[in-house]
Design a protein around this ligand. Structure first.
Ligand code: CA
Ligand code: CA
Ligand code: CA
Ligand code: CA
Ligand code: CA
Ligand code: CA
Length: 624
């Protein structure tokens, strides 16, 4: 047991000694490295396969063939990685492993890995270095797939926008060299060299943005390295264009026209105006207001939100035919625009025609040819068809309407009127407009026809027979003749007179007299049947009209019956006889009509029978 322990102890001591020696050698090597003595440099591309020949040291170190083997040459690498080794047979220096420059050196360039070649017997060191050359095995890479930028549309061109850098782990020209951006009219990109050697992209605004035209942009930013071929990395730049209130509301038209019937009910929609604002949010919200109107009492109101213009007061076409209104649209940012609106009031047939008589001649004299009786004008407050009128009077009237200047008409007689056939006309002038519904107005005119003395008096009978009992008292009313005149008033007044007898021997004036006004006939003296049984005389009736007609008389003419008494003799008239006084009328027609018997102072014994019996007259007295 003791022996075993000792042996073990000895072995451990030997190991310690060996380690101590190794440490000492390493320290020496380190010192030599530090001394920076001349060294041989080899280079190898990174990622080269392990086992690749790096160098033939026999030649490079000026040694004899096989010397490396004899002197048991070794490669000592810095650090704990043995990336080089000797080929055990040829003692060529080979790569022991694949090297990654980026892992070994990072951004340090050149990537130099120092090593020593150690020879024994005698002990000799050679300094050497392996330069690991870069290959372009990395593409530039952005930290994110997308970058978001918010840029106001008001931003002026020339403004710079720094962007996040991409990273390329390679070195030198294989590392990131430049940035490019997808083609667009607004931006280009600059590659800025930073003090730390990195390159960062900066976007420059070339042309102003317009949110209303393009609210967002998506651009591709590409980072390129200098490799051959170059490698690249991309990211998307998402640009949100922030709104400013750079648009005023805009009406589709500068000028609008609307029509509304004058009888439209309150609240009726007249027109809806609409303005658009391209901005967003409140900058794009539009409010409407009436800006200026001709009339403070204008009958319209506008909904500030919808732009609907509605009626708030009743319209009257006859008062105002159109309204001029300016409407203002304002956005939430205070920008505004205006448009003009003309609202035409459409006529409705709400007025009947009106007749205004400007002159009326009444009464009008009869017998005149066509004369103007009335002048009147017609008006209708409406317009168009609603104002067009038709004017008429009844067909059967002897009048007609004649259009005069403008809207004047005259009412004219068709010809001479005859007062005696009709003295008064009620004429209804009917005026109808052409609107829908048709409205009608009737205007009554009363036309009186004034009399002209155009009618002679006419006796009611062609002849009269009067019977007078003889011995009558003087001034006895023996009868009445009557003539009528169809004229009116003074023209109709009749004056009676005895016409001068044809035979101047007849003393008519002493026998009979007549009341000029009423046609009463009187026997002037006591008549004597024996002396005069009958006599005949004529009475004239004269109208007492105007001067032109004065003296026009109706003179009874025609045959006289032969039974009239002869009154030419003298003597006392028998009391018991009656005289027949016949008067022939002017018409010459046939029949004689007897007046009622006129029997003044008629004796009690005288009867109708007696009168009848004595009715035969034997003598006749002819006037002519
Ligand atoms: Ca690269
Ligand atoms: Ca590389
Ligand atoms: Ca706006
Ligand atoms: Ca805007
Ligand atoms: Ca009207
Ligand atoms: Ca009308």
């Amino acid at each position: 047991m003791e022996v075993e322990r000792d042996i073990t102890k000895e072995m451990e001591q030997t190991k310690i000694h060996h380690k101590k020696r190794q440490v000492m050698i390493f320290i020496i090597l380190m010192l030599l490295w530090e001394a920076g003595s001349e060294s041989i440099q080899y280079s190898v591309l990174e990622e080269t396969e392990s086992g690749t020949l790096v160098a033939n040291l026999t030649k490079d170190l000026g040694l004899r063939m096989g010397e490396l083997a004899v002197r048991r040459a070794r490669v000592v690498c810095k650090g704990n990685r043995q990336y080089l080794q000797f080929d055990p047979l040829t003692y060529d220096l080979l790569l022991n492993e694949k090297l990654d420059r980026e892992e070994l050196c990072g951004s340090t360039e050149p990537c130099v890995l120092p090593f020593q070649v150690l020879l024994e017997n005698p002990l000799q060191f050679f300094q050497a270095a392996l330069v690991v050359r870069d290959i372009n095995d990395h593409a530039p890479e952005f930290p994110a797939r997308e970058m978001l930028l918010k840029i106001s549309e008001i931003t002026t061109p020339g403004k710079l926008f720094p962007l996040k850098m991409a990273q390329d782990l390679d070195a030198g020209s294989n590392s990131l060299q430049s940035y490019i951006i997808s083609s667009n009219p607004h931006f280009h990109v600059l590659t800025r060299n930073r003090k730390d050697g990195r390159k960062s992209p900066e976007m420059v605004l070339d042309k102003a943005l317009d949110r209303e035209e393009q609210p967002e942009l998506r651009l591709t930013l590409t980072a390129l390295d200098g490799g051959s071929p170059p490698r690249s990395g991309t990211t998307e730049i998402h640009i949100l264009v922030l709104d400013i209130n750079d648009n005023a509301p805009e009406f589709a038209q500068e000028f609008y026209e609307a029509q509304v019937s004058e009888n439209s009910t309150l609240g009726s929609l007249v027109i809806t105006l609409s303005a658009t604002d391209l901005d967003s949010g409140s900058f794009g919200e539009v409010f409407y207001a009436l800006f200026q109107v001709d009339d403070v009492n204008q009958p319209f109101e506008i909904n500030p939100n919808t732009g609907e213009i509605r009626l708030r007061k009743t319209l009257d076409f006859e008062e105002i035919q159109s309204y001029h209104v300016d409407v203002e649209a304002t956005d939430g940012g205070g920008l505004s625009e205006k448009c003009s609106l003309v609202i035409k009031v459409l006529d409705v047939n709400d007025n009947a025609p009106e007749v205004t008589v400007s002159s009326l001649i009444s009464p009008i004299p009869e017998n005149l040819p066509e004369i103007i009786v009335a002048v009147f004008s017609i008006s209708d407050a409406d317009s168009g068809h609603n104002q067009q009128v038709i004017c008429s009077i009844d067909d059967y009237l002897p009048f007609f309407l004649r259009p005069s200047v403008e809207n004047f008409y005259t009412l004219v007689t068709e010809g001479a009127l005859d007062r005696e056939s009709r003295a008064e006309y009620n004429i209804t002038i009917t005026v109808t407009d052409m609107g829908t519904p048709r409205l009608k107005t009737e205007h009554n005119i009363t036309v009186l026809v004034s009399d002209v003395n155009d009618n002679a008096p006419a006796f009611t009978q062609a002849s009269y027979t009067l019977r007078v009992r003889e011995n009558n008292s003087p001034a006895l009313h023996i009868g009445t003749v009557s003539a009528t005149d169809t004229d009116a008033g003074a023209n109709a007044q009749v004056t009676y007179s005895l016409l001068p007898p044809a035979d101047p021997h007849v003393p008519l004036a002493s026998l009979v007299s007549i009341n000029a006004d009423n046609g009463h006939l009187f026997a002037l003296r006591s008549l004597d049947y024996e002396a005069l049984r009958a006599f005949e005389f004529r009475v004239g009736a004269c109208g007492r009209g105007g001067a032109a007609r004065a003296g026009r008389c109706s003179v009874p003419e025609g045959p006289f019956p032969g039974h009239l008494v002869d009154v030419s003799g003298t003597g006392t008239l028998s009391h018991s006889y009656q005289y027949q006084v016949c008067l022939s009328g002017g018409t010459g027609t046939s029949e004689f009509k007897f007046l009622k018997p006129i029997l003044p102072n008629f004796s009690p014994q005288a009867t109708g029978k007696e009168m009848e019996e004595n009715s035969t007259v034997r003598n006749s007295f002819l006037f002519s």
